[in-house]
Design a protein around this ligand. Structure first.
Ligand SMILES: Nc1nc2c(ncn2[C@@H]2O[C@H](COP(=O)(O)OP(=O)(O)OP(=O)(O)O)[C@@H](O)[C@H]2O)c(=O)[nH]1
Ligand SMILES: [Mg+2]
Length: 706
């Protein structure tokens, strides 16, 4: 396998709405470039970058797949690294995670649907880091595919920098090729053929349209460039040898977003697409300088991304393979990485050995002796390195920033089906978490349940399925328990006395306390003040009173939920020389606490979530009405390219199955995220229900004291 230098490398992420044809397009490029014997199909599980069994079963990408093609003239081949990202909203964070390692994005759009919810989302990801983009309107062979309408939806969403570099020839089933508006030539294809276009003149009936589009393109490229402007005014056009580099630059600077047309499945326009990638998308050597820090909180550091700088390697993805173990996908940001090199992991302060480095072609590893700055590869069996880590020369540390991801949107309680599954549960989930940045697994300290959190219902279903197939652990999912809390609204002044006389040694503890709510945004949940003067209770028993109160507060008063946000001051009491001990004062504290609760108007609190929902405009009414019925409070609304974004505060208890509900209300086109915001009082009639239910669960055991 040939080793490539940065100037001959193009790193591209295919991003876009689910089903737009990203995976198919990668398969078509591989086939057309001779890297695959036939055109792999998503529908029969033969697509190179959708090889995982979950992806095959669901006919969609779940995780990013890598591939590469070598393209161009035999003596000047360019290697194009392709990162095929998922477009389904629950997995689209994968796309975001890939963007720091590519030099441009191919935004793939469906020729029928145009810009969709996720198209807008991934576009914003690119905006955040000023990533150059090329737009591919794919599936142009489908019924009702329409180039004009697709272009309109693109310009509406992304502005006038969106500029076609091609026009499709024919439409729907009779799509037969494309016109190259830069070179003003036509290429025709056989539907489902080998992807090599036949060059010819522009069809007569398209000549005017092509000329007009060409002039618009030339004008746009010349804009702001005096030399080109002059040339354009004098001669009425710009020659190809000036136009191509100017276009390349405009794309690199985000001044122009070119649009191409393809049919991935019909293999039409795919060779041209690769030609355009080679000519117009930035080379790895053109990537802007990379900035990071020498260490966490340390001074900034920078690499230009050349071979002669110290090596630095950024791990952007981790997979756990049943046979090969942990596989780390990385980009060489600077320097040259040789096979068998040992690199320092700057995040974890350990050395890692890069043995058997390889290129990645779907599920296959292609051995390579060395990788140069700008290239992408994989290595198995790094000991501790995880996604987001930087490794390199020990003497020149640099840490690149990790990608910011949203918080998980949905949480389930997870239980093993049997004893045997219990042991495998934790091991399996920890491995899955290594490869899945949006998966969380933790124990709720309050409810004691094991919880898993992810981006949505389907995400968690994939996790459960992987647990079963890969780690042979069967689990049951349940809605998580809502972590209610209790607090007080009023004040109390009570006495707690514990006295027992059983034969010889007795027990005696007595305390008087005042209880009141803490101010609303108090930093602590409980405050204990010792106001004893004159030794009414000996100093050594005071902590016992506090402990008794704390223990009782943890067990709750109304419905068994922890009591928070209150202050107790211990101001008086009495003791007995012989019978008083720690335990007696703990008991006295507990009794006092329960009496105080009774008097201080206890109430239940519930977690309120900050929820953000994105839906196509047509569903806005339904979603708002539904939020109302969930006791939601709308905080704001935004409109963006046909989508409505609703922000609301909604009690967690009403959101437990929201993922599935939103999917059915919007035919799978909505997405949401939520995070804990604050606690608020539960409405009275709901309180009564929760308290009743808790009593029934505890079997109505009441403590009889004093
Ligand atoms: N007619 C037609 N169908 C296509 C074309 N490209 C892809 N498809 C079909 O569209 C469906 C989705 O294609 P994929 O390649 O899986 O789309 P994707 O963008 O990778 O989807 P996600 O991985 O879910 O984001 C499959 O059934 C493909 O066979 C095309 O150019 N024309
Ligand atoms: Mg895909």
């Amino acid at each position: 396998m040939k080793v490539y230098a940065a100037a001959n490398l193009r790193n591209l992420a295919l991003i876009g709405h689910g089903h737009a044809g990203k995976t198919t397009l990668v398969s078509a490029m591989l086939y057309t470039a001779g890297a695959a014997p036939r055109l792999g199909r998503v529908d029969d599980g033969s697509a190179t970058t959708d090889y995982d069994e979950e992806e095959i079963a669901r006919k969609m990408s779940i995780s990013t797949g890598l591939a590469f093609v070598e393209w161009g003239k035999p003596d000047a081949k360019i290697k194009i690294n392709l990162l095929d990202t998922p477009g389904f909203n629950m997995f689209v964070h994968e796309a975001k995670m890939m963007l720091p390692v590519v030099d441009a994005a191919l935004v793939v759009v469906d020729g029928v649907a145009g810009v969709e919810v996720v198209t807008q989302r991934v576009w914003n990801y690119c905006d955040e880091i000023n990533l150059p983009r090329m737009i591919v309107v794919n599936r142009m062979d489908r019924d009702r595919a329409d180039a004009t309408r697709a272009l309109e939806s693109l310009t509406n969403a992304f502005g006038r920098a969106v500029t076609p570099l091609q026009l499709p020839i024919g439409s729907e089933k009779s799509l037969s090729g494309i016109v190259d508006l830069v070179r003003m030539k036509a290429y025709t294809y056989e539907m489902g053929g080998n992807g090599k276009g036949k060059e010819g003149p522009i069809p007569a009936n398209m000549a005017d349209q092509a000329k007009e589009a060409h002039e618009k393109l030339v004008e746009l490229v010349a804009e702001g460039k005096d030399e080109l402007m002059e040339e354009f005014f004098e001669t009425g056009t710009i020659p190809e040898e000036h136009l191509v580099p100017a276009l390349h630059e405009a794309i690199r600077e985000d001044k122009l977003f070119p649009v191409l047309f393809t049919s991935g499945l019909g293999n039409i326009g795919v060779d041209e697409l690769m030609d355009f990638i080679v000519d117009y998308t930035p080379a790895a050597s053109e990537h802007h300088a990379l900035t990071g820090w020498t260490a966490e909180g340390g001074p900034p550091a920078e690499r230009k991304g050349t071979d002669n700088e110290p090596a630095s390697v950024y791990v952007f993805k981790t997979m756990s393979d049943a046979f090969a173990g942990r596989i780390s996908y990385f980009k060489v940001f600077s320097g040259v990485l040789k096979d068998d090199a040992s690199l320092q992991n700057y995040n974890r302060n350990i050395q890692e050995k890069f043995a058997h480095i390889s290129l990645v072609q779907g599920k296959q590893a292609v051995p390579i002796p060395e990788l140069h700055a700008g290239d992408i590869g994989a290595v198995a069996k790094l000991r501790e390195t995880l996604t987001g880590d930087t490794l390199g020369d020990k003497s020149s540390p640099i840490r690149y920033p990790a990608v910011q991801l949203p918080e998980p949107a949905i949480t389930f309680a997870i239980e093993p089906k049997s004893r045997a599954d219990e042991d495998k549960l934790g091991v399996g989930l920890h491995k899955l978490m290594e490869e899945d940045a949006m998966l969380r697994f933790f124990r709720d300290p309050q409810t004691k349940e094991f919880l898993i959190a992810g981006t949505g219902q389907q995400h968690i279903e994939v996790v459960v399925s992987k647990m079963k197939k890969r780690y042979h652990a069967e689990v049951v999912l349940k809605a998580p328990k809502v972590p209610y809390r209790e607090t007080i609204r009023g004040k109390a002044d009570v006495q707690g006395r514990h006295k027992k006389q059983t034969g010889g040694h007795g027990q005696y503890g007595d305390c008087k306390i005042k209880m009141e709510p803490l101010p609303k945004n108090s930093e602590v949940e409980f405050e204990f003040i010792n106001d004893i003067f004159g030794g009414a209770i000996p100093r050594n028993f005071i902590p016992a009173v506090e402990k008794g109160i704390k223990d009782a507060a943890a067990r709750g008063y109304l419905a068994g939920y922890p009591v928070v946000n209150f202050r107790v001051s211990l101001y008086d009491g009495s003791y007995h020389d012989v019978d008083s001990n720690d335990l007696s004062f703990q008991m006295a504290g507990r009794i006092a606490f329960r009496k105080a609760m009774e008097a201080a108007r206890p109430t239940l609190l519930e977690p309120i979530m900050n929820v953000e929902i994105t839906i196509p405009d047509e569903f806005a009414g339904t979603i708002m009405g539904d939020l109302n019925s969930r006791r939601g409070r709308i905080q704001g609304m935004d409109n963006k390219a046909g989508n409505t974004i609703v922000r609301a505060e909604v009690p967690m208890a009403e959101m437990l199955t929201y993922g599935a509900d939103l999917t059915s209300m919007t035919q799978g086109r909505g997405s949401f995220s939520m995070e804990m915001h604050h606690y608020d009082t539960v409405p009275q009639q709901l309180q009564d229900k929760i308290i009743e239910k808790a009593k029934a669960e505890r079997g109505e055991v009441k403590e009889e004291e004093e």
